[in-house]
Write a protein that binds this ligand. Structure first.
Ligand SMILES: [Zn+2]
Length: 135
């Protein structure tokens, strides 16, 4: 797996948490541990989109709503994540919402995605993405 042999482990995580990748989303991507909160899952999915971790994205997506596969847009780079709001989604909760702005650049042109995502725990207690409302 390319992330194991890469310098990015020591660099600031793509999800903008301020932590190094190895202390942030990497353990989730390696499935060593599962995110405790909906926000952490959200962050790990953002960085997984940039790293094109197809399996992680599909596995953290509810079976009820996940697509058959994910195609990454060539030339699209996810650059920055801003979390603007959260409702529930804590350790004791079974569902939660995260509102965010995801900034990207596609072929040199900047853009952003504003979304309110909905998350639920599955039978194993792991957070999963259900769906999102584009703002
Ligand atoms: Zn992260």
């Amino acid at each position: 797996m390319f992330i194991l042999n890469n310098d990015i482990n020591h660099q600031p995580c793509i999800c903008c948490s301020g932590k190094a990748y190895q202390d942030c989303c990497l353990p989730f991507h390696l499935k060593n541990v599962y995110p405790e909160t909906a926000e952490k899952l959200m962050r790990s999915r953002f960085s997984a989109f940039q790293l094109q971790l197809k399996d992680y994205l599909l596995e953290s997506w509810s079976e009820a709503t996940r697509p058959a596969s994910i195609a990454f847009t060539p030339g699209l780079n996810w650059l920055k994540l801003e979390i603007n709001g959260r409702k529930k989604g804590r350790k004791k909760d079974k569902e939660g919402w995260v509102t965010f702005v995801a900034h990207y650049k596609q072929d040199g042109v900047s853009g952003s995605l504003h979304e309110k995502s909905f998350f639920k725990r599955n039978q194993l207690g792991h957070w999963q993405y259900i769906d999102g409302e584009i703002k």
